[in-house]
Ligand binder design. Structure first.
Ligand code: PEP
Ligand code: MG
Length: 312
C-alpha cells in the first residue's frame, strides 16, 4: 500500500463503482521516476524532457538524449509513459533553442512552435525517444506542448509516426486547442490538458506573477467549462483525455475532472496516494454531479463548495 499523510491507497486507480482511471506521475528526472514508481504511479502521464537539458549549451546528441530518456523510463518497463517533446521557451528557456529575447515569451516561439523552425531538432528527439523506448521496455507515446490548432497537431503526429512511435498526442493548454478539441482528436490518439498554462492563457494571467495568482485558480468555473468541452470531445471520439497540470493533484478537483470526462490524471508523486484514495471512495455518478455543480458556480470558492457538498 502507498501512504500519503494518513490515507492509504493500493496503487490502482479505480472508482468505488469499478470505473478505471489511470493515476500517473509527472516526472523530469530519474529521481522523479523512482519516486513516482514507489508512490504507486501506474505509469507516467507527463515526462518533461526539457528538464533533462535546462543547462545544456548545445543540443544534446541523439545518443546523449537516448541515455537521459532511458534512465527516466527505466522504472516503468511494461507501463505507459507519455514523453513530452521539448517545451522550450517562456518559463523554461533552453539556451540552444531560445537564444533571442522576445517581448512576450509566453506568447512567442515556445513548445512545438520552436520545432516549426527547427524540425531537425524534433526529428532527432523523436529518434532518441524511440531508441530509449526500446531500451527500457516502457510503452511510450509522445506528446507535443503548446499546440494551438488541429493542423499543428497533425504536423506533429505525422513526424511521430515517421519516427516509428505508435501513439501521438498533444497537450491542450491554449484555449484555441480546447475549443478545437473535436478536430484535434481526429488527428491524434489522445490529448492531455495542461491546466497550468490553460489557466494562464484563459485568464491572461502570467503563471509566474503572484499578484494574479487568484485568476490562475484551477477551480475557476471558466477554466472548468473549457475542460468540459475537451472531455465531451474525448467521450464522443472514444479517445483518452488526461490532465497533467496541478489541478490533477487536488483530490476533490480530481473527482470533478473525472466527472467532466477526463480519463487519466498525472501528478507529482506526493499527490498520488491522496488522489487515489479519494477516487476509490467516489462513484462516477457523484463525480458527474459534483462537476455539474462546479460548472454552474459563479466563482472558484463556490465551485469548490458545490463539489464538497456532493463529495464531502
Ligand atoms: C501545464 O501547463 O499545465 C503543464 C502540465 O505543463 P508545464 O507546467 O510543464 O508547462
Ligand atoms: Mg504547460
Amino acid at each position: 500500500a502507498h501512504v500519503a499523510g494518513k490515507v492509504e491507497w493500493n496503487g490502482v486507480g479505480v472508482l468505488r463503482d469499478g470505473l478505471r482511471v489511470k493515476v500517473l506521475g509527472n516526472v523530469g528526472s530519474p529521481a522523479d521516476a523512482v519516486a513516482a514508481a514507489a508512490g504507486g504511479a501506474e505509469g507516467v502521464g507527463l515526462f518533461r524532457t526539457e528538464f533533462c537539458f535546462l543547462s545544456a549549451a548545445d543540443e544534446p546528441s541523439v545518443d546523449e538524449q537516448r541515455a537521459a530518456y532511458a534512465a527516466v523510463l527505466a522504472p516503468f518497463a511494461g507501463k505507459p509513459v507519455v514523453v513530452r517533446t521539448l517545451d522550450a521557451g517562456a518559463d523554461k528557456p533552453l539556451p540552444f533553442l531560445n537564444p533571442d529575447p522576445e517581448p512576450n515569451p509566453a506568447l512567442g516561439v515556445r513548445g512545438l512552435r520552436v520545432a516549426f523552425d527547427r524540425p531537425d531538432v524534433l526529428e532527432r528527439q523523436l529518434q532518441a525517444i524511440a531508441l530509449a523506448a526500446a531500451d527500457s521496455g516502457a510503452e511510450v507515446s509522445v506528446m507535443a506542448p503548446m499546440v494551438a490548432t488541429a493542423a499543428e497537431a497533425a504536423w506533429f503526429a505525422e513526424r511521430a509516426r515517421a519516427a516509428g512511435i505508435a501513439r501521438a498526442g498533444v497537450m491542450v493548454e491554449i484555449p484555441a486547442a480546447a475549443l478545437a478539441a473535436r478536430e484535434i482528436l481526429e488527428v491524434v490518439d489522445f490529448v492531455s490538458i495542461g491546466t497550468n498554462d490553460l489557466a494562464q492563457y484563459t485568464f491572461a494571467a502570467d503563471r509566474q506573477v503572484g499578484a494574479v495568482a487568484a485568476l490562475n485558480d484551477p477551480w475557476q468555473p471558466a477554466l472548468l467549462r473549457l475542460i468540459a468541452q475537451v472531455g465531451e470531445a474525448g467521450t464522443a471520439a472514444g479517445k483518452p483525455v488526461g490532465v497533467c497540470g496541478e489541478a490533477a493533484a487536488d483530490p476533490l478537483l480530481a473527482c470533478v475532472l473525472i466527472g467532466l470526462g477526463v480519463t487519466s490524471l498525472s501528478m507529482n508523486h506526493t499527490a498520488l496516494a491522496g488522489v487515489g484514495a479519494k477516487l476509490a471512495a467516489t462513484s462516477f455518478d457523484l463525480c458527474q454531479l459534483a462537476a455539474r455543480g462546479a460548472l454552474a458556480a459563479p466563482d472558484p470558492a463556490s465551485a469548490k463548495l458545490a463539489a464538497r457538498a456532493v463529495l464531502n
